[in-house]
Design a protein around this ligand. Structure first.
Ligand code: SF4
Ligand code: SF4
Length: 462
């Protein structure tokens, strides 16, 4: 194992204020199960899980309450014991509504066997003797999806289609979003778990080379990973990346670590021989295999200047933001903006009644001094957004097209390759909501494609 500097710098990118000092030194603290959990059926990318319970049912921690609903989907398990109060549509961290189980965790079934929580939820596996298929099945039944934010089903990612081979397994420890320190604390506090997760994934993927990508502003994390991986066999390198947002983007990380370029969608990292996994996901795989512990909890950073004590909190998935904020001592000044995730790619939300999911990496409470109050101005053709775009897009042109409802022009300008990183909006002196324009165009194009497919399927069935 060796540590090297990245040899490849991508075009564009920006340098936002990182503000990580607020929570960086806060060890991970466990939040006890709150009185009510809101467990969404849509915690991952792809089709939401199919809810298997109804009001009045008692559930056990670890019980499957949402069935995987398609190839790109994962199961949802109850993150605590409790009684189902309701199953209803609830707002999620990214703004959309999905079915969610409202679980009263103060109600316990009477006279039943001890809760699953008293023992492992799934039988622990010896990864050295387990077959590749058994390990893949475990990742699937543990309900694991990408915890860096994308939520892609991990068992699908770890099972390349015929003809594709993973040459590089890349661990994403960049955590380039401002304020967030959940992955940083994981690397410091759970490095041996991450190492175990890597060994398991290497076995599943047939022994690829490993690249551990960490930004240069995290020297303690680099040291922790060096210690954990010191005696590992094979082609393993820690790649120190320059501090540049969006270094944590999957495509940019592949380029920064191994110099390969992922072509335009629908191409995937595996098309250039790479699989990228967030360090939290890797630790979750280790827990699922060795401990029989499905993905029921995750670490979320609560920070932002308006919260009394910023923290990195290990909480059950389905914990309401209001409970996380209370655990941090509440607000120390009025909150001007509440953000799910980081300031660059996160979503402003209107209520703290939204609950965490498997992909909730952060919750930011920003005070007035950190929130700009500007109205959008016409484009002055300065080109800053174009220079900042790490995907080589003409962001100004796309924004103008969407503003005038010309989605076709935005599509022709390759808006579908936009990774919604926010670098363009961050750079714009006219405060134009360029990223939101891109999102709007992408949603519109996806809806059109889905409608065309449905129409074609209906015609074929006639
Ligand atoms: S949000 Fe899209 S258009 Fe804007 S900089 Fe990022 S990739 Fe480019
Ligand atoms: S940065 Fe803003 S003002 Fe400058 S070209 Fe882009 S959209 Fe126009």
């Amino acid at each position: 194992m060796k540590t090297v500097k990245s040899q490849f710098k991508f075009k564009g990118g920006v340098h936002p204020d990182y503000n990580k000092e607020l929570a960086r030194e806060q060890p991970i603290e466990r939040l006890l199960v709150p009185a009510e959990l809101v467990i969404s059926m849509s915690q991952h990318l792809g089709a939401p899980a199919k809810c298997l319970v109804k009001p009045g049912d008692f559930v056990r921690r670890g019980q499957v309450v949402g069935e995987k609903n398609g190839f790109i989907s994962v199961c949802v398990r109850a993150s605590a014991d409790g009684k189902v109060k309701a199953v209803e549509k609830r707002l999620g961290p990214a703004g959309g509504k999905a079915d969610a189980i409202i679980l009263d965790t103060t109600e316990k079934p009477e006279g039943e066997a001890p809760a699953v929580a008293d023992g492992p939820v799934l039988p622990p596996l010896d990864w050295k003797t387990a077959s590749r298929e058994e390990l893949l099945k475990r990742v699937e039944e543990a309900g694991i999806c990408g915890m860096g934010g994308a939520g892609f089903p991990t068992n699908v990612k770890l099972n390349p289609p015929p003809g594709k081979r993973c040459e590089y397994l890349i661990l994403n420890g960049a955590e380039c979003e401002p304020y967030l320190t959940a992955d940083y604390r994981l690397m410091l506090e759970r490095a041996p778990r991450i190492r175990l997760g890597v060994e398991i994934m290497r076995k599943i993927l047939g022994g690829p080379a490993v690249r551990i990508a960490i930004e240069a502003n995290k020297p303690e994390a680099i040291k922790a990973m060096e210690a954990a991986f010191a005696d590992i066999d094979g082609n393993v390198e820690i790649v120190v990346l320059p501090v540049l947002y969006p270094q944590g983007s999957e495509k940019h990380q592949i380029f920064a670590t191994v110099g390969r370029v992922v072509p335009e969608p629908p191409a995937l990292p595996i098309d250039v021989g790479c699989v990228v996994e967030n360090v939290g996901t890797v630790a979750a795989i280790a827990d699922a295999v060795e401990l029989g512990e499905p993905l029921l909890d995750r670490v979320t950073t609560v920070s932002g200047g308006a919260v009394a004590t910023p923290k990195n909190i290990l909480a059950p998935c389905g914990t309401k933001y209001s409970d996380l904020i209370a655990f941090c001592g509440g607000e120390k000044e009025p909150v001007a903006k509440l953000i799910s995730g980081g300031t660059m790619m996160g979503f402003a939300v209107s209520t703290a009644e939204i609950a965490t999911t498997k992909t909730t990496s952060g919750l930011l409470l920003l005070p007035r001094s950190k929130v700009s109050q500007y109205s959008s101005q016409p484009c002055i053709n300065c080109g800053r957004c174009v220079r900042a775009c790490p995907m080589n897009l003409n962001a100004a042109e796309i924004a103008k097209a969407v503003e005038s409802n010309d989605i076709k022009a935005a599509e022709d300008a390759h808006v579908m390759t936009c990774i919604e990183c926010g670098a363009c909006s961050f750079s714009c002196p006219a405060y134009r909501p360029i990223t939101q324009f891109c999102r709007r165009a992408k949603n519109s194009i996806r809806a059109r494609i889905a409608a065309e497919k449905a129409k074609a399927a209906a015609a074929a069935n006639k």
